[in-house]
Every structure is written in C-alpha cells, then in structure tokens.
Design a protein around this ligand. Sequence first.
Ligand SMILES: Nc1ncnc2c1ncn2[C@@H]1O[C@H](COP(=O)(O)OP(=O)(O)O)[C@@H](O)[C@H]1O
Ligand SMILES: [Mg+2]
Length: 263
Amino acid sequence: MTARVPALEATGLSKHFGALHVTQNVSLSLPSGARTALIGPNGAGKTTLVNLLTGVVKMDAGKLCLFGEDVTGVATAVRTRKGLVRTFQISSLFAQLSVFENLFIAVTQAAGRSFSFWRPAGRASDLLERTQAIVEQLRLQSDAHHKVSEIAYGRQRLVEIGIALALNPKVLLLDEPAAGIPSNELDLLHRALDVLPADIAVLMIEHDMEMVRRFASEVAVLVNGALLMSGKPADVMSHPEVQAVYLGASGKKRFDEGAAAHV
Ligand SMILES: Nc1ncnc2c1ncn2[C@@H]1O[C@H](COP(=O)(O)OP(=O)(O)O)[C@@H](O)[C@H]1O
Ligand SMILES: [Mg+2]
C-alpha cells in the first residue's frame, strides 16, 4: 500500500490571544474525501482553528501542508486558490443581487477572469453553465433569480456553500452550517452536504449531534484549545471523557439522542 498524502495536514498549531491559549498544539490530518466533524463546547477554539487553517489568523507556531505542500506562511487568498476554502458568511454576499448573480461572480473569479459585459456572449457560456450547475446541485432553482435578501435564511446559508463550491475546493471548511436554520429548512442543507463531491475533504464544525451523526465518518473533540480525542463517531460520542468534558447538562440530551440514533 502506498500511503497517500493527506489533503490537509496541520501539525502542532498554537495560538495565544494575550494570556489566553486558544489553540494548543493541535494536529489534524484530513485525507481526500474526509468527512470530519469538529465538536467542542462554546469557546473551545473551533472557529479560531478554522481561522488558523485559512490564514485569517496567524498561528504562533505550527505547520500546515496542503497535499504535501507547506503553506504555513502563505496568504489566505493563495490558500483559497490552492483549494483550501471556507464557506463565506451571509454578510459577505451581495444582498441586492440574485442568488444566480452572486454565484456567477464567484464562478467568474474562480476562473480568473473578471466578467465584462461587452465580451461576446459565447465566451461566458461555460461560466453560466457552471453557475447553473451549482444552482441545481444545491436545489436553489426556485430562488435563483430572487435577491439574496429576499430568500429564506436556510437558503441564504446554502448560497454561502455555493460560493465556496464555485471556488473549486479540495478542502472545504464549514463552520456551523446549520446554525440558526429552522428545522423545517434543514432538509436542503442535509441534501447539499450529501451531494458534495466525494473527493473533497470536508471539516465541519457542528453542535448538532444529529448533523454530526449523519455527516461525519470521523469526529475530533476540541476542549480548551486542545484536541481531546478523535475517532469514529460512535466511539467518540460514547466515550466517558467526552460525555463528561464536552457535554454540559443541556447538551447531554441532544448528545444521547444523537448517539442512540447512530446505533
Ligand atoms: N480575535 C480574538 N481576540 C481575543 N480573543 C479571541 C479572539 N477570537 C477568539 N477569541 C477567544 O478565543 C476563545 C475561542 O474562541 P472561538 O475560536 O470562537 O471558539 P468556538 O468557535 O469554539 O466557540 C474564546 O475565549 C474567544 O473569546
Ligand atoms: Mg465558533
């Protein structure tokens, strides 16, 4: 067997904010096709870890490789071009443009051209097709020509994922994709996650254990900035230390439901 180079390999990541040690010697490896969930209590440092991976926050120590290439000191935009993509926040969408227009802009940027309206229309046809493919992949056809500001919240969050997909991710980072989405709008998100290209490595931060159970083949637990453990969802979720440290009284019920549903 030849060992395949991980899509993403983070080694010994550390970060302080003043006296607060938010990321403590965290190592994480995602093979191509990974479906890994990162769980942990509020304030554990999950979002900070994503920010270190994308380069939005500069690490104090550690190393990051993408497909074996050291990108530790590389700018965020360059990491994105190399395929390390996080979902964009709703606040970064163009609220007054349609879903299709937002996605088209991202597709155009990813293709490395700026769209010009006086270019012969045929030259843009591949970009339009790619945009339409993303619309269909996310099942956003009925909202494609509505302004982002006018569509349901759950669908706005799908546009975030669509923009990330437009950038041709090889490693996709999702920070709480279900947060704030009413349960009657979650189906589309589940489906969107189900049809992500199989070879993309995905790291999903998520609180909802049912989401984790559905999505992840591997779970990593972050507590106080350090990795407590990682492993198969059923093993991690039933581990006494995870139950004790990760789950407060309020989380226990949801957690048990998720673990029970897994069996
Ligand atoms: N830019 C920052 N400056 C100072 N402290 C920060 C900054 N970003 C995050 N923190 C702190 O780091 C800790 C981890 O935050 P965060 O990564 O957002 O956790 P999580 O996403 O797991 O809830 C929190 O205590 C938070 O207040
Ligand atoms: Mg967070």
